[in-house]
Design a protein around this ligand. Structure first.
Ligand code: NAI
Ligand code: MG
Length: 335
């Protein structure tokens, strides 16, 4: 079977890490006809926009995309491309599994939590105003519809994957209306899943708890901004942004991408860690029904990391992206 999938190489380290992921999928025997399209800062010269129509059309047609990080030029009147993509395609759930099973961890107890971040509203609605000289306002939009569907996505995933607990993260003690509505919605959904324990935690306490006792978390559902911050924090517990994958899921379309950005500080040097993108591609394989290939890549990665050889600098090694990929592919071939 040949799959047709959209590929957005992206900016900065994007082309390096997405081409690494393509090599790994090919080595695992998955045949993909990649439809390459542009987005981000790199698309401006060719298309005059950071998000060309043909990119959206390709994703709508193929329903699945793998994406590198995109740079949004600051202060030139460009809206965040990522936010635009997620809103245009209604990719309301951003799912980020954070696991220490790969063997990289600074904690004693294993970490295996999954973050469900609302992806379409909150302070990311982009409604910002200067209401008087020296006075600005950003609007935090929270709706019943978006809060309910991210809650349902989290609980549904928890049920299907036999997870035991969902935490809702909030600051409803201060933002009584907006975070209050979010909590009301999650509570209602929680009642439909009596077999799953439900807890609420205030976001600042959540940050501390996640550092001190991350093993108490299982599935975590958050609004857009808290989700952004807490997922980077969680990534830091298991080896950093170089190893945490993600998926942006809607009812029609899914885009798979790592949590990290375009890393301009290391772009073009050939030392970016491709594992986050490889694991994102793995989530994509499970999504399209290639679970066996995903299992094989995952197993190879565990073997590979256990040797502590060919690690990129962010993981304390001296290997290049290519050396890491070659080492991983060697393991895939052995399995
Ligand atoms: P970043 O994630 O690009 O970098 C943060 C730090 O982590 C840097 O020191 C970087 O070198 C390191 N890092 C990130 N990924 C790595 C990898 N795979 N291997 C090794 N080291 C890695 O975050 P930053 O600097 O805040 O953002 C840079 C640009 O990326 C901005 O333009 C931002 O808008 C964009 N961005 C895009 C995202 C996306 O497309 N999904 C997500 C986050 C940021
Ligand atoms: Mg982020």
């Amino acid at each position: 079977k040949v799959y047709q999938i959209t590929l957005i190489p992206g900016d900065g380290i994007g082309p390096e890490v997405t081409s690494a992921a393509r090599k790994v999928l090919a080595a695992a025997g998955v045949v993909i006809d990649w439809e390459m399209v542009d987005a981000g800062a790199g698309a401006i010269n060719k298309h005059g926009t950071t998000l060309p129509d043909e990119t959206i059309e390709s994703i709508r047609k193929n329903k699945v995309a793998l994406k590198g990080p995109l740079t949004t030029p600051i202060g030139e009147g460009f809206k965040s491309v990522n936010v635009q993509l997620r809103k245009t395609l209604d990719l309301y759930a951003n799912i980020r599994p954070v696991r220490s099973a790969l063997g990289i961890t600074f904690q004693h107890k294993p970490i295996d939590l999954v973050i469900f971040r609302e992806n379409t509203e909150d302070l990311y609605a982009g409604l910002e105003y200067e209401i008087a000289p020296g006075v600005t306002q950003s609007l935090k939009i929270i709706t019943e519809k978006a809060s309910t569907r991210i809650a349902r996505a989290a609980f549904e995933w928890a049920r299907q994957n036999k997870r035991k607990m969902v935490h809702a993260v909030h600051k409803a003690n201060i933002m009584k209306k907006s975070d209050g509505l979010f909590l009301d919605c999650v509570r209602k959904v929680a009642k439909e899943y009596p077999e799953i324990a439900y807890k609420e935690i205030i976001v600042d306490n959540c940050a501390m708890q996640m550092v001190m006792r991350p093993d108490q978390f299982d599935v975590v559902v958050l609004g857009n901004l808290y989700g952004d911050i807490i997922s980077d924090l969680a990534a830091g517990l298991v080896g950093g942004l170089g190893v945490v994958p993600g998926a942006n899921i809607g009812d029609e379309v899914a885009i798979f991408e790592s949590v990290h950005g375009s890393a301009p500080d290391i772009a073009g040097k050939g030392v970016a860690n491709p594992i986050a993108t490889i694991l994102s591609a793995n989530m994509m394989l499970r999504h399209i029904g290639e679970g066996k290939a995903a299992d094989r890549i995952q197993a190879a990665l565990v073997l590979f990391l256990a040797e502590r050889k060919h690690l990129t600098p962010d993981l304390g090694g001296r290997a290049t992206t290519d050396e890491l990929v070659d080492g991983l592919i060697e393991k895939i071939k052995m399995l």
